[in-house]
Design a protein around this ligand. Structure first.
Ligand SMILES: Cc1ncc(COP(=O)(O)O)c(C=O)c1O
Length: 390
């Protein structure tokens, strides 16, 4: 009889990419340079180098680095002059800031439903929510899978409504074989610690093919400055800059992002094969070349089986020491959102509402071994069997 594997700890919050000697040396070199008599932490030239490298990698004319994806989204909403009375359409299956970036400027968020296969915002459902007040549409490249950029291009071409993509999960993601950085009006990236690349724990960027738009974002991220023989403050702005060591590490992280994504894809595919045929699970779509492979999210097949997610997660954690994530509780479930009047009933997004109760993100990272995958698959199957017996 085959013996059960020994229980081992599998944490969820691991570094999403890989951090190596070259990253450490890049940060150190900046610090050593700053310690020279004429040294400083003034962000150039690393800021420009990183922005150019990112724009090239993501296939965009311009990249503007910032200190997080949250601020990247805020800046894009400000650059579009989103204001009270406006509506912004987005998915409820995302991190809260995908909605609060618009709410913070006084706009109303209108949720539209997701595609049940890809879990990305569904352009057809978006269409029926458009009103004369709609000022932006904000799809998410969910889990690293590209949103339906063609569908959103068509809406934007017909209506003139700008598309701002939340690309927090999507550095390296491709849509029909091409990078996504130039799609829509802009794409907002995250380089926070557990993303596929990180700029020392926090960081983000806006990429765009619209140079005027990118220039507005650039000004706003840095006090509205326009540099020249005389410094000008050309518009109202903020300080959302990335630091010099972060930009330096952004360069080394970006240099290995394709390798990181290939490794993540291998891990995802091993897991995918091991879970194929488990009827209690709905496996993610599009685990193939071009997927940014940020999150591997399964859904519990609650239509066919009486599965309690909380119980499943509790058995996985307490008995098998496996920690999972949940991406995401629907945005309307957060207190701040319900206090503003957002609700499941008022949003009419049944597919996203259901998915948000079924999703479980598995702890898969570049350092996950095939042994770990085997252990995970065994722990998942055993937990599913146990919760159905109880
Ligand atoms: C979809 C999505 N958008 C935006 C963000 C915010 O990113 P940041 O932490 O860089 O502000 C996150 C963070 O996890 C996210 O998952």
């Amino acid at each position: 009889m085959k013996t059960s594997p020994a229980i081992r700890e599998i944490p969820f919050a691991a570094l999403g990419g890989v951090f190596e000697q070259d990253d450490i040396e890049a940060a150190l070199a900046v610090m050593q340079g700053a310690a020279e008599p004429s040294g400083s932490f003034f962000p150039l030239p690393e800021e420009n180098d990183f922005q150019q490298a990112l724009a090239k990698h993501e296939g965009a004319a311009k990249a503007v680095s910032v200190n997080s994806c949250g601020t990247a989204l805020d800046l894009c909403m400000m650059a579009l002059e989103i204001a009270p009375g406006d509506e912004v359409i987005t998915t409820p299956l995302s991190f809260v800031c995908t909605a609060t970036c618009a709410i913070a400027l006084g706009a109303k968020v209108v949720f539209a439903d997701i595609d049940p296969n890809t879990m990305c915002l569904d352009p057809q459902d978006v269409r029926r929510r458009i009103t004369p007040r709609t000022k932006a549409i904000l799809p998410v490249h969910f889990a690293g899978l590209a949103a339906d950029c063609g569908g959103f291009d068509a809406i934007s071409d017909e209506t003139g409504i700008p598309i701002i993509y939340d690309a927090a999960h999507a550095v390296g993601t491709k849509y029909r074989g091409a990078p996504i950085g130039g799609r829509g009006r802009a794409n907002c990236y995250s380089f926070q610690s557990n993303k596929n690349m990180t700029t020392l724990g926090e960081g983000g960027a806006v990429t765009s093919n619209d140079e005027e738009f990118a220039e507005v974002v650039r000004q706003k991220k840095t006090f509205g400055y326009v540099y020249g023989p005389q410094l000008r403050v050309a518009s109202v702005g903020f300080n959302y800059r990335m630091t010099k060591p972060q930009s330096a590490v952004g360069l080394t992280q970006l240099a290995k992002i394709d390798r990181v994504i290939s490794r993540r894809l291998e891990v995802f595919q091993v897991m995918h094969r091991m879970l194929e045929g488990v009827e209690e699970l709905i496996l993610p779509d599009g685990i193939e070349d071009g997927h940014g492979c940020h999150l591997y999210i399964v859904r519990l097949n609650t239509d066919r089986f009486p599965l309690d997610r909380a119980e499943f997660l509790s058995v996985l954690k307490n008995k098998y020491r496996v920690s999972c994530g949940m991406h995401y509780p629907a945005i309307w479930t957060w207190d701040a959102m319900s206090e503003l009047g957002y609700s499941e009933a008022g949003s009419d997004c049944p597919i996203a509402a259901k998915a948000s109760r079924q999703v479980v993100s598995l702890p898969l990272f570049p350092k996950t071994t095939s042994d770990d995958c085997e252990y995970l698959a065994w722990a998942i199957k055993s937990s599913l069997a146990e919760i159905q017996k109880s």
